[in-house]
Structure formats: structure tokens, C-alpha cells
Design a binder for this molecule. Sequence first.
Ligand code: ADP
Ligand code: MG
Length: 233
Amino acid sequence: MIEITNLQKSYVTGNTSLHVLKGIDFSVKEGELVSIMGSSGSGKSTLLNILGMLDEADQGTYMLDNTPIKNLNEKIAAQYRNKFLGFIFQSFNLINYKTAVDNVALPLYYQKVGRKERDEKAMHYLEKVGLADWANHLPNQLSGGQKQRVAIARALASDPKVLLADEPTGALDTKTSYEVMELIQGINEEGRTILIVTHEPDIAEMTKRVVNLKDGRIIDDRLVNQIKASAHV
Ligand code: ADP
Ligand code: MG
């Protein structure tokens, strides 16, 4: 589903350049649940943004479903984002003056899906995240965990093949974090590919594979089962 080779990225500010990704190679198969771990500033968001086509690498290749993602025109790029990618953010990024159901329907509106189909799909995904009864509430009437569930429903609305989540539990308490991760695990079990950026080992442990980033390089890439087995010897 995702294959990156020798990915490099620097940020240039004035006359200083910060080499953030120094050659990243990894691939993700369809149906995987992977976490990208690393301390603050290690380049996790930079990597996820490139995978999400929100940013471009300076060097290296990125193949999404066997198609090279490079120099695509805006229209093709948008089609790819819609078909393949759904985003979840730490701060939920909901529209405050729109109800839960309208927030979920928004990506479909931008994709010019008709009103009836939009509303049906939005309700379907709200039910899926357990919030059917909250459809007409505004974000400020919802708890943090509920807001993230709405954001997850919104990410699913266009039925993308891959979900990309940047610190999805970063703004939630421990119990709510586990609940949101259990929801994400369930979505993965239905076959959807999911990548989660986190700096919390407990959250990474709830995925199936942990890719560890340090100083712009992958220093470890193992299945959670392997990590657990080696921790118990
Ligand atoms: P993480 O998500 O692991 O905390 P980031 O990918 O956000 O790390 O950032 C990696 C490094 O790149 C940090 O030192 C950060 O300050 C820097 N950085 C991130 N985005 C930009 C940008 N747009 N311009 C300049 N520097 C940036
Ligand atoms: Mg980050």
C-alpha cells in the first residue's frame, strides 16, 4: 500500500537548514496497523505529512498503491487524497459551528456528493463510532473523546484505504485514549490500513508494529509481539 525509499526532508529557514528526515525506508502492507514512535522533534509529523500528501520530500520515492507520488497536478493529487487518505489530528480540527453530522459530511460535500447520500453516509459513520445520538450536537457540547470519535467518523466518510493519525490521543486522558485506540483497532480489523504517530509507548503497544524514529532515521522496526517477547526474557 505504502512504499518509501530513501526519503529525505530538510526545512530551510533563512540561511539555516534543518535536516529532519535523513533517509527513511519502509513499507506498509494493506491491512497493517503501524505506529511511528519517537521523541518530540524526531520528524514524525513531517513523515506523516509526506505520506498524507500534505508535504513533499526533497529526495527519495513514495509509492502509494504502486503509483509514484511526485509532481502530480493538483486535481490528480486531490483525487488520490480523497480515495486513499483519511486524517486524524491531536486537536480534532472540527468546525465549531457545524454539528457532529455536518462535520462528518464535510469531506463528502467537498467531493460534490449529493446531500442525501452525504447525510446517509455521515450518519452511518457516526453510528459506527457510537455517536448516533449526538449527531445534532455542536463540538463544544461534546467531550474530548467524543470529538475525536467525530473526527474519526469524518476521516472514514470518504472510505479511504489508509488512515493517518497524528497523536490521536495526545489531548485525551488515559482511559479515553485507550477507548479511542480500541475504536481504531476495530476499524483496522475490518481491513483498513492505519498509521499512527505517537510518542507514548502504551499507545504504540496497542498497534501491531512499531517503527521507531530517532534523529531522522529509523532505529527500530518490529512487530509488537516481538517487542513484548524480548521484553520478557
Ligand atoms: P515530531 O512530530 O516528531 O515532533 P516534526 O516532524 O513536527 O517532529 O518536526 C521535526 C523538526 O522539524 C523539529 O525540529 C521542528 O521544529 C522542525 N519543523 C517542523 N516543521 C517545520 C517547518 N514547517 N519549518 C521549519 N522547521 C520545521
Ligand atoms: Mg508531531
